[in-house]
Design a protein around this ligand. Sequence first.
Ligand code: ADP
Length: 543
Amino acid sequence: MLGQMMDFPLTLVPILERARNVYSRSEVVWRRPDRGVERYTFADFYGRARKLAEALTRAGLKPGDRVATLMWNHETHLEAYFGIPCAGGVLHPLNLRLHPSELAFIANHAGDRFLIVDDALLPCLESFRKDAKFERIFVVKYGCTGSDAEFRKIHKFENYDDLLETASGDYQFPPIDENSAAAMCYTSGTTGRPKGVVYSHRALVLHSFAETVADAFGINHQDTLLVVAPLFHANGWGLPFTAVMTGAKMVFPGPHVDPESLLELITTERVTASCGVPTVWISVLAELEKNPEKWKLAQTMRAPCGGTAPPEALIRGLDRFGIHLIHLWGMTETAPLATTGGLHVHMMDWSEDEKYAVRAQQGIPAPFIELRVTREGKEVPRDGETAGDLEVRGPWVAASYYNMPEEAARWTSDGWFRTGDVAAWDDSSRIRLVDRSKDLIKSGGEWISSVDLENALMGHPAVREACVVGVPHPKWQERPLAVVVLKENASATQQELREFLGTKFAKWQLPDAFVFSDAIPRTSVGKFLKSKLREEYANWKWE
Ligand code: ADP
């Protein structure tokens, strides 16, 4: 017997309609390049997103056509997040921090037809435009504060606002199959060439629901959400979709993601939830510790954080300022939310130390996400200790990469995605990530987790950031080398750091070298760039 419910497709259109029908008074706030702050309502957002859908259709957009964006986080990018997929197109945000050759490769590989670009990013566009094949380019007046006439003078492309003006208002969103493509993102390329992931409407809708679960991010209408994660990285972590679905106020920082600018928005806009990679929160914490009187938060805040493992010391440090870090593990391939590091009810009377140790783990899967940890085709014991390859499946997990059949081996024959991460799990499917398999340090036939060493080092009071990589060694194959950035006015010696780690790790696991540095190189989305450090220290002379 079949259920007798309506067949109602899970697409982004009803989420967009909800912005007008239910949450028209909610606000969208954004910062401009000149630091000015502007705002409009969801009613305005809805009107412009709908105009964009109609205008693109009039411009010849066909179902499945890719429309690229090259934009900072601001209101027009949000309009593109909905206007493009609700017209049947495929939103494709380009990572503005990539090398021009990578941008050209990605735009061509995705087959991008149109491009929407910030005027402030025209130099970035020029660096690869000749190698890409955009049919039409629409420029958004974002950085230019002069008149429209002046704006037209500074570029030779079509205007985004003129495009919107071609909409008559007499437009119905087309019927869309929930399994058709809504958006695509390329992986940030930390460990290899970027690979394209194509999200269906259905996947994005279900992912949005998952982010509202109280044990995940608990995003709701009372929230004010500061979207720090770039909208070109894993769908801005899905938060624009979730915020519009719930009517949560959204705040976009534009290009200003330094800690002072973020804290200014957090305090003036009363932000209650935000999202970003650990390096963002490390610098926010440093600023809070430096100027505690300046940044008194009137509200508490939740901070979903992932991309790399947030160190326990960061979680503890932010708690002192009313910022509750929620550990998130995910990937571009998982849209990205897969696990969150909340506490189970039976842990509530555990000691503070035990609770922080749990919160520093990657945590339990979101509803409908399934995990398994295997070694040589068999599940490893769920003892929280034995490490194996982490595999994942679920309704918002990629089933393949876009046009890359050579990557098919990333999926097992029974349909699980091989994440490339090494993890241990327990009887609640709670995972602790040991490392990326490519970052594990192979020393004398044993593995050393670079993540564990980094997290412990960042617990030292003098250490601001630490990154550990395996460096070739004539006898042991590889040995750990730690690159350390000290806090302002703090000092520590190699010997002190070694002794500090010696209380937590076996002697053979300790880094054999500590290099003090002013900064650790970062990827285009703010992760530590280990490949660069490995290159830099490849010929390290071990004593
Ligand atoms: P890239 O693979 O290019 O870095 P992604 O941003 O999609 O692109 O990265 C996903 C990877 O980031 C995961 O496979 C994992 O290695 C790492 N990662 C994400 N969240 C966490 C976390 N909470 N702890 C440790 N590593 C994480």
